[in-house]
Design a protein around this ligand. Sequence first.
Ligand SMILES: Cc1ncc(COP(=O)(O)O)c(C=O)c1O
Length: 436
Amino acid sequence: MTATTLAVDGGVPVLGQPTAYPWPKLRPAWCEAVNRQLASGQLSIYDRSGVVAAFEDAWSEGHSLPYSLVTNSGTAALHSAFYGIGLGPGDEVLCPTYTFFATAVPLFQLGALPVLVDCRPDGSFDTEAAAALVTERTRALVVTHMWGLPCEMDAVVSFASRHNLDLVEDCSHAHGATYAGQRVGTFGAAGAWSLQTQKLIAAGEGGVLATDRRDVYDRAQLLGHFNKRAMKEMDPDGPLYPYAATGHGLKYRAHPLGIAFALGQVAELTDWISAKQRYARCLTELFERIDGVTALTHSRDGRVSAHYALLFEVDPDVLSGGRDWLVAACNAEGLDDVDVPKATSPLHTLHLFQAPISPVTSYDRRCLRADYPVADRLAARTFKISVPCAPVGFEDEDERYLGAVQEVTDKIVGWLAEPRTRRPDARLAPSGQVVG
Ligand SMILES: Cc1ncc(COP(=O)(O)O)c(C=O)c1O
């Protein structure tokens, strides 16, 4: 029997061409909706009407919440949520260090200070770590449902109420995910979702905020939806209504073409989440054949993941070369989708959080007030891969992607089973392949 040569060692890649999960899908009905929007000439929507109102209605209905507000990014939705709950200079907000930085960065615009909290081994918010960081200035906490796996919301909600904190959920990875049957984004003062291209509901660029609080909704409209929308939609008896014409300095309206593209996706979300459960199990089985590799963000205990991606941990004591070797080996075989989530470096490693600055205040307190061993471990040992959701009409495309993952993992599993003296070593990966 001839020995296998991995592409990372100079062999021929098993995939004929680089493969990543094709997303977003281009369903003809969604593209036609974009064309119709274009033909209508409505390329700005000033008030709550047209596709913006249709999207917000669908979002509110899907989340059983009275108010939704479409924005031009997830970052804007988060900023609006933080402004909505009234944060300002002097306030502290408990934030996960294990998240994408947009979860926390809008706080600096308001002069509030994120205080970073370590995560649990599956990347979710750790209320025990947070408890040690509550001060007399703590006003709120924000949690991220990382990679689509809901945080332990019983613990999060009771922690927030025990300390009298407003809760904001960053659901940018978790459209349609549920905790104990309830959709994420509905547990606190506000939920915020990104609708950026890679997200499960994809507008290209866009975001959405949802809340059951009239005051949060009104303030969020004031921040980024001045004049026609704010004048028509804000409570005319509310204290901020006189400012509705000018707003408060930002314009966060979404592009109607993006929202037209995303609107049809909302109705399919529940089916996609179901299909993702099946594909996540398949991917778990394929990768866990490799000793030392463990899936971390699979659904369990009443937490149904939206599987924005599936996160795996690689134990370098079991698989020598560790995560970096495995990622390099998969990429070299053509599986580009296997990826180290570098943009999601823990926030405590980023300069802004080490030396916080704000355009509206100066800080005399720190964002970093603890050690972050769990987040550091995840950053050092994990990789992610996209999880298909088999939208109707795209099942073959998704099966082909799964087949590609199977071919690559088969080859690596086979190679690892062959007798050899040399062991996998991240340093042997071609330059540029080792990420992390
Ligand atoms: C967890 C998280 N929060 C917030 C954002 C920001 O969303 P946007 O890029 O739409 O501003 C992202 C985007 O990647 C994200 O992953």
